[in-house]
Unconditional design. Structure first.
Length: 300
């Protein structure tokens, strides 16, 4: 039996649906029921009828699905797939800033541990961060953990005081302005599409800045025929499917998230067969982490 056939059989037996982020391997995206950016996937997770959610992504994604759907069984193909940035903020600093600014709102990128979410007022993703920060009544905002997304939000919401934290995504940080410019010299007609996790000098070169789905939608609607993609290159699978006649170039880097790439078809089949890789957490932690996520769904 092929691995794909096995997965389809096991899905029926386990009453499971598969959610996958655009950064996982192409063949995993191909067998998923829902593929999307972080916001789409968290919304999708709340509307699932099946008993089991198999989340193909990194741990904060599976955790968020479980926090929002405590009654569902949530499993992951590889529990070790983790986003390093999700850990890059510190509760002591949050408490210190809360003392300093009584009206502080702690805005937490969904790329964060459940524990960090419990210290936060609202979660955001790259597709709704600007909208949510604008909508908050608070003047002082502490944006965790991603400095680059925080800086991008600050540039779009200049009327607020946004305090940044020193977290980063190593995949996006490694994309340099010099190599984006070099790629542009080789393809002068190409539009530069940039994820807001990239550094400031890269976002300054952008024709478009947005989440993974924002980038995919922009490329589809644009009249341009060539694009330089400044994000993890898993997005190429969807970009090429939707735009077979357009050309896509990397920004001259590997642009590969090793954690996302841990998810393979074999591990998907194994997780469904063994039903052991459960996402679990204490109920008290779940309830506290759920508040900022629910607030994001209301405001986003
Ligand atoms: P989005 O798909 O929401 O743009 O998130 C990017 C990301 O880094 C996920 O790990
Ligand atoms: Fe984390 Fe970056 Fe990988 Fe996304 S691409 S999971 S932000 S390390």
């Amino acid at each position: 039996m092929s691995t794909i056939h096995k997965i389809n059989e096991l899905k029926k037996q386990r009453d499971a649906v598969i959610l996958a982020h655009y950064y996982v391997n192409d063949e995993v995206q191909a067998i998923a029921d829902y593929v999307g950016d972080s916001f789409y996937l968290s919304k999708a997770a709340t509307n699932i009828q099946a008993k089991t959610i198999l989340f193909c992504g990194v741990s904060f994604m599976g955790e968020s699905a479980k926090i929002l759907n405590p009654k569902k069984t949530v499993i992951m193909p590889d529990l070790e797939a983790d986003c390093p940035m999700a850990h890059m903020a510190d509760s002591a600093k949050i408490e210190q800033l809360r003392r300093e600014y009584p009206d502080l709102a702690v805005v937490c990128y969904i790329n964060s541990t459940a524990k960090l979410k419990t210290y936060s007022d609202v979660c955001v993703t790259s597709s709704n961060a600007v909208k949510i920060v604008k909508a908050l009544p608070n003047q002082h905002i502490y944006f965790i953990p991603d400095e680059n997304l925080g800086r991008y939000v600050a540039s779009q919401v200049p009327e607020k005081h946004i305090i940044l934290n020193e977290g980063y995504c190593h995949v996006h940080k490694d994309i340099t302005a010099a190599s984006v410019q070099k790629t542009k010299e080789a393809h002068p007609g190409a539009e530069i599409l940039v994820h807001p996790e990239c550094t400031k000098d890269v976002t300054e070169l952008a024709d478009y800045i947005g989440s993974t789905s924002g980038i995919i939608d922009y490329a589809e609607q644009s009249k341009a025929e060539e694009f330089i993609i400044c994000t993890e290159l898993g997005v190429l699978y969807e970009l090429k499917q939707k735009n077979p006649d357009k050309r896509f170039y990397s920004a001259g880097h590997q642009q590969c998230c090793p954690d996302m790439k841990r998810i393979t078809l074999e591990k998907v089949a194994e997780a469904l067969e063994q039903m052991t890789n459960f996402v679990e957490m204490e109920e008290e932690l779940r309830i506290r982490a759920n508040r900022p996520l629910e607030r994001m769904l209301e405001l986003g």
